[in-house]
Design a protein around this ligand. Structure first.
Ligand SMILES: Nc1ncnc2c1ncn2[C@@H]1O[C@H](COP(=O)(O)OP(=O)(O)OP(=O)(O)O)[C@@H](O)[C@H]1O
Ligand SMILES: [Mg+2]
Length: 155
């Protein structure tokens, strides 16, 4: 699929990263698939925490590094937060039931999608998190109409 539009954000603090996620929450629609790429510690989970705060979830938001998935059952839809960093084989992805989550009406936010690239469809939106001298830089690519809605919402 061709890229529709792209945005770039300089984010200097974790608080600002959460606020950006919070804004993105307003642009989520059921079934949305978002890839969160970028090296270790680049702010992906912090952004997801902001998304969940934006959806009025006040509980803990832990990194799914070991569990691979943290599900959040919210008022309007579920949010499935994946971290595939530790995935070592397609069998593990199968065991996780990834396909069922992708086919569901939930929103899937996937850290380290590269680990299961062959098994994942094209996302609605891809966000690249980069370390920057002044904090982090986000490069956002929208790949579908639903992805555009998310991008517009981030501002
Ligand atoms: N814009 C920012 N500027 C500075 N520090 C930040 C920024 N955003 C997040 N951080 C901090 O970076 C650290 C790592 O963030 P986070 O856990 O969100 O990264 P991650 O990309 O999910 O890493 P991993 O790939 O290991 O899951 C945290 O301490 C977080 O507070
Ligand atoms: Mg993380």
């Amino acid at each position: 699929m061709t890229e529709r539009s792209a945005g770039s954000y300089l984010v200097t603090t974790p608080e600002q990263m959460e606020r950006l996620g919070q804004r993105a929450a307003g642009g989520l629609n059921p079934g949305l698939l978002v890839f969160l790429s970028g090296e270790l510690g680049s702010g992906k989970t912090t952004w997801v925490r902001g998304v969940l705060r934006g959806l009025h979830y006040d509980g803990p938001v832990k990194s799914p590094t070991y569990t691979l998935l943290e599900p959040y059952y919210l008022q309007d839809f579920a949010v499935y937060h994946f971290d595939l960093y530790r995935i070592e084989s397609a069998n593990e992805v199968e065991f996780l039931g990834l396909r069922d989550y992708l086919d569901s009406a939930g929103v899937c936010l996937i850290e380290w999608p590269e680990r299961a690239q062959a098994l994942l469809p094209e996302p609605d939106c891809r966000i690249e998190f980069l370390h920057d001298d002044n904090g982090r830089r986000l490069i956002v690519d929208c790949l579908s109409d639903a992805g555009e809605v998310l991008c517009v919402s981030m501002g």
